[in-house]
Write a protein that binds this ligand. Structure first.
Ligand code: 2AM
Ligand code: CA
Length: 266
């Protein structure tokens, strides 16, 4: 791999280390599915343990850096210039159900911009990573977003709505609208991997409302470095960590954005 910033080295190593216990935990799930206690608590402890290992590794190198994580929240809030953005298990429900579609996701933000990121599926041993200006990789191979030109030929991935969403109906009607204008829509259950898959051309685009920043931070730089486009729409200034994201190859971005923005006919 030709990525060599100290930050990318650090996050890839932290990922590899944390993934060992995660792989073990995933293997144990089969037994837990049939136990009377069920796997719920176990998953949250796998989540917490993975996050603890990641934080320990990253803090060893930079105790002063800010950290935003799914489980712990914000650490070193006053460091606005250097931040790690961590999701220990993205795709928790897949993990819980023994579906090997989940990932560790870590992004590094400097002066408000994501500079590098890693998304690692430890079960498939697929590591997506990128560093600003140096391209995006899947393991040792350079990746590129697809070259699909038309929305009607594209495979688009999405997620949601979450159980507690106040815009369920809007999300469902958007799902129908997009489905009617593309080749197919998929729901794979891990936002981080959804974007990584756009970056390597498996999907042509991804959109989702009400996603958390830690789900997509690493994906932003990976897709941009793979030649794709990312933008946030309908932003809410009061909720800076909640995003509505559109992430696609460079050709269909405008077409998908205007479709999403198009008012439904009454
Ligand atoms: P998770 O697995 O880390 O919870 C599935 O569509 C995606 O949505 C996953 O990346 C999942 O992350 C994320 N997700 C889960 N709960 C969410 C919530 N309440 N709000 C926003 N995103 C959520
Ligand atoms: Ca997540």
């Amino acid at each position: 791999m030709r990525l060599n910033s100290p930050q990318i080295n650090l996050i890839t190593k932290a990922c590899m280390k944390a993934s060992r216990s995660l792989i073990r935990d995933f293997g144990e799930l089969e037994n837990l599915q049939v136990s009377s206690k069920g796997p719920g608590d176990f998953v949250s402890s796998a989540d917490k343990r993975t996050e603890r290992i990641l934080i320990e590794e990253l803090q060893k190198a930079h105790p002063d850096y800010g950290i935003i994580t799914e489980e712990t929240g914000i650490i070193n809030k006053s460091n606005l210039n250097n931040k790690w953005i961590i999701d220990p298990i993205d795709g928790t429900m897949n993990f819980l159900n023994g579906i090997p579609q989940f990932a560790i996701s870590i992004g590094y933000e400097e002066d408000g911009e994501i500079k590098c990121g890693v998304i690692f599926n430890p079960i498939l041993n697929e590591m997506f990573c990128a560093e600003k200006g140096n391209g995006a990789y899947l393991n040792n191979s350079r990746i590129r977003a697809s070259n699909k030109k038309k929305l009607k030929d594209s495979i688009i991935v999405t997620g949601g709505p979450k159980g507690d969403s106040k815009i369920r109906e809007k999300i469902f009607s958007e799902y129908i609208k997009v489905s009617n204008n593309v080749s197919n829509v998929r729901k794979f259950g891990s936002a981080a991997l959804d974007i990584a898959y756009v970056a390597c051309g498996r999907f042509d685009g991804y959109w989702q409302r009400e996603i958390n920043y830690w789900d997509i931070a690493a994906g932003i730089i990976i897709l941009k470095e793979a030649g794709g486009f990312v933008n946030f729409f309908d932003e809410n200034e009061n909720l800076p960590l909640k995003k509505n994201i559109l992430a696609t190859n460079s050709n269909i971005h405008e077409e998908l954005m205007s479709l999403i923005n198009k008012k439904d006919i009454e």
